[in-house]
Design a binder for this molecule. Structure first.
Ligand code: URA
Length: 217
C-alpha cells in the first residue's frame, strides 16, 4: 500500500544534533533526558508551524497602529503524551504550548506478541470541536501503540487531520500502518530508520527510550 500520510523530517541542525546525542549509547541518562527535552521543543516548534489557530488584529505600538497576529486562545489545544517514553518530549513541547491541556495515556507493549495494552487513560469522554492534538511519541516502531491511541482519540471526536505526532525515530512499518488507517495524519520525526529487529526495536534507533530517559536498565 502506498504511504499517504504526510511525514516531515526537519533538517534543522539542532534537531540533528540532539538526535545524534540521543542515539549515542555512551550518552548518560542525564544528558539523554536533556536531548529528548530539546527534541521535544524543536519538533513541536516545527510541527505547530501551520497548525496553531491565530487571530489577525491590530495593536497600538508606542509609535503607530500596526497589524498583529496572536494565537487564538479559544481554539483548544491538547497534548497527549504516551507513557512512559512520551514524557521525555513533554517538557520541551509544553514550553511552547503553555496553555495546552495535558491528557496522559499509558500503554505497555507485550514483549512477546508486541501488542499494546492500555493501563491508564485520562482522555475526556469527548473533546471540544476543533481540538488540536499533539502526540509526543519518541519511537514509532510497529505502529501498534500509536494506532491504538489514534483509535481512542477519534472515538472521542478528534479529527485526525488536526493531530500532529512528534517522534524522534520512526520505522517504515509504523508509518505504513498509520498511513493505511489515517492518511491525513501529519508526523514530524527527527529520523526515519531502516526497520525493526525481531524484538520490535528500531534499528539503528536509540534503544529503549523509556529506560534511557528514566535510568531503568
Ligand atoms: N520502543 C523503544 O523505546 N525503542 C524502540 O526501538 C522501539 C520501541
Amino acid at each position: 500500500m502506498a504511504l499517504k500520510l504526510r511525514v516531515h523530517v526537519p533538517t534543522h541542525p539542532l534537531i540533528q544534533h540532539w538526535l545524534s546525542v540521543a542515539r549515542d549509547e555512551a550518552t548518560p541518562t542525564v544528558l539523554f533526558r536533556s536531548a529528548m527535552t530539546e527534541l521535544g521543543r524543536w519538533l513541536a516548534y516545527e510541527a505547530t508551524r501551520d497548525w496553531l489557530a491565530t487571530i489577525d488584529t491590530e495593536v497600538q505600538t508606542p509609535l503607530a497602529t500596526c497589524a498583529a497576529t496572536f494565537i487564538n486562545p479559544d481554539v483548544p489545544v491538547a497534548v497527549v503524551p504516551i507513557l512512559r517514553a512520551g514524557l521525555s518530549l513533554l517538557d520541551g513541547a509544553q514550553a511552547l504550548l503553555p496553555l495546552a491541556s495535558i491528557y496522559h495515556i499509558g500503554l505497555v507493549r507485550n514483549e512477546e506478541t508486541l501488542e499494546a495494552s492500555c493501563y491508564l487513560n485520562k482522555l475526556p469522554a469527548q473533546f471540544p470541536a476543533n481540538t488540536r492534538v499533539l502526540i509526543p511519541e519518541p519511537m514509532l516502531a510497529t505502529g501498534g501503540t500509536i494506532t491504538a491511541v489514534m483509535a481512542e482519540l477519534t472515538a472521542r471526536g478528534i479529527d485526525s487531520s488536526l493531530v500532529r505526532i512528534i517522534s524522534v525515530v520512526a520505522a517504515p512499518q509504523a508509518l505504513q500502518k498509520l498511513g493505511g488507517s489515517y492518511p491525513d495524519l501529519v508526523i514530524y520525526s527527527a529520523a526515519i530508520d531502516e526497520g525493526l529487529n525481531n524484538q520490535g526495536y528500531i534499528v539503528p534507533g536509540l534503544g529503549d527510550a523509556g529506560d534511557r530517559t528514566f535510568g531503568t536498565f
